[in-house]
Design a protein around this ligand. Structure first.
Ligand SMILES: Cc1cc2nc3c(=O)[nH]c(=O)nc-3n(C[C@H](O)[C@H](O)[C@H](O)COP(=O)(O)OP(=O)(O)OC[C@H]3O[C@@H](n4cnc5c(N)ncnc54)[C@H](O)[C@@H]3O)c2cc1C
Length: 407
């Protein structure tokens, strides 16, 4: 008889959500969580911008995030754990052509229950005090390089906002472990070297210290390191999800000296630059489309100066006086085929369940992903949210689910 019924690898928000939801369902087994770091959520979870939104181009993402937003809103009451839930909205500022196609897409959002307000340029400026929607003030020579256009309008999502993913992960683990009443155990400083897979069946994990721990089933929630582990376990080719680690950086500056700026929504402007208040400061980011895959997360101040700050300065007066105070890099587990999570049981390895490829939206999808996977483990099927289309099979069957609003 194996030592445990289930092992979960990963002390981030996804591992935590699976553990918590299993406890909620009354999963009767013994569970072991293995995390290689000396504390929970030291991976991508702690480095996240913590944004949540249900504005997507794929109905499955709209469903997963709309469900998750409701659960994040109720998190503090249900788990008795504060997570800094802040429904301040998301505002996508758009040039004429994108704004027109967004308006044309409006019916699809409405059909999927996503609340959207279309704002004209004046209303965009009212939402973000100080923001200049026009470009008349920009030196034409400078704009030769920046290629900025007037902001024609904005898509505003009032249900969107931000939260603290590390706090949520902590809450999930604390309440999850309590819920198991001694039948679940968290082991830190515990690095898994590989999964033991024999004849297409998962058997146990081989630890870095040489020990073997057996379990009936395994959930690999190792974020951007998932493929490393699956590869070390002998999987290759199409048996690996198409997921690569990509460094994504966040920058903290002073708040621009504009009255009311601390109440702005998460705002996305030219070149994919996004920003929102973070306490008394401003958090700013932009996904660099030229980032090579890799595990290096060194942040780069030059990138901020050249690819972000010019756009910020042209749109927000006073930004030129805002100092870069801190910055960090962290990994996206990017699915470079369709930019959506790859979830569920591995069709070629019995009892191996994995969750990766969230491509920058794993924190906000953690309530839905954790619930769905725990239903799969407990009932043997998805009951509340059918995430079957997100299986790795979709790549084999050439049925990708392309998400295009990825920041
Ligand atoms: C800069 C940045 C901004 C982001 N912004 C957002 C956002 O606004 N909204 C959003 O929803 N998402 C965002 N994300 C993505 C989000 O943070 C991730 O999708 C989410 O945290 C993934 O959680 P996870 O539990 O899968 O992974 P992680 O938090 O990375 O957890 C995986 C854990 O597995 C452990 N592990 C790995 N390998 C092993 C091993 N061999 N043995 C033992 N343990 C192991 C790691 O140490 C780690 O703790 C952002 C990410 C970054 C980097």
């Amino acid at each position: 008889m194996p030592d445990y019924d289930l092992i979960i690898i990963g002390g981030g928000i996804i591992g935590g959500s699976v553990l918590y939801h299993l406890a909620q369902l009354g999963y009767p087994g013994r569970v072991l969580v293995l995390e290689r770091e000396d504390a929970l959520s030291k991976g991508s979870t702690a480095l996240s911008a913590g944004g949540f939104r249900n504005i997507w181009t794929t109905p499955i993402n709209m469903r997963l995030t709309s469900y998750s937003i409701k659960k994040l809103a109720a998190f503090q009451d249900e788990l008795r754990f504060p997570i800094g839930f802040d429904q301040r909205g998301y505002l996508f500022c758009q040039y004429e052509e994108n704004f027109e196609s967004a308006k044309a897409y409006g019916a699809e959002w409405a059909r999927n229950g996503v609340a959207i307000e279309f704002l004209d340029a004046k209303e965009v400026e009212a939402k973000v005090p100080g923001l200049r929607a026009g470009i008349d003030h920009i030196d034409p020579e400078v704009n030769e390089i920046l290629q900025m256009k007037p902001i024609a309008g904005g898509v505003f999502g009032p249900e969107c906002g931000s939260f603290d993913p590390s706090a949520a992960a902590q809450g999930y683990f604390e309440r999850g472990l309590e819920g198991f009443d001694g039948r679940a155990e968290l082991r830190l400083n515990a690095t898994v070297k590989k999964l033991r897979i024999v004849d297409g069946k998962y058997r146990g994990v081989e630890m870095a210290d040489g020990s073997l721990i057996e379990s009936e089933k395994i959930v690999v929630a190792a974020g951007a390191w998932t493929n490393q582990l699956l590869e070390a376990s002998g999987l290759s080719g199409e048996d690996l999800p198409p997921v690569i680690p990509l460094n994504r950086m966040l920058f903290i500056t002073n708040m621009p000296p504009i009255e009311g700026f601390e109440r702005i929504p998460m705002t996305i402007i030219d070149n994919g630059v996004y920003f929102r208040p973070e306490g008394p400061n401003l958090m700013i980011g932009r996904a660099d489309p030229n980032t090579p895959p890799g595990f290096d997360t060194t942040p780069d101040a030059k990138y901020y100066e050249e690819q972000i700050n010019y756009y910020m300065q042209e749109r927000i007066p006073g930004m030129e006086r805002c100092r870069l105070m801190s910055m960090w890099g962290g990994l996206y587990d990017t699915n470079d085929v369709d930019h959506n999570a790859v979830l569920g049981e591995h069709p070629h390895v019995d009892n191996l369940i994995f969750a990766t490829g969230f491509s920058g939206h794993g924190a906000m999808e953690s309530p839905a992903a954790g619930l769905a996977l725990s239903e799969l483990l407990h009932y043997g099927e998805y009951r509340t949210l059918d995430i079957t289309p997100l299986s790795i099979r979709r790549f084999w069957e050439n049925k990708p689910i392309h998400e295009t609003i990825v920041i």
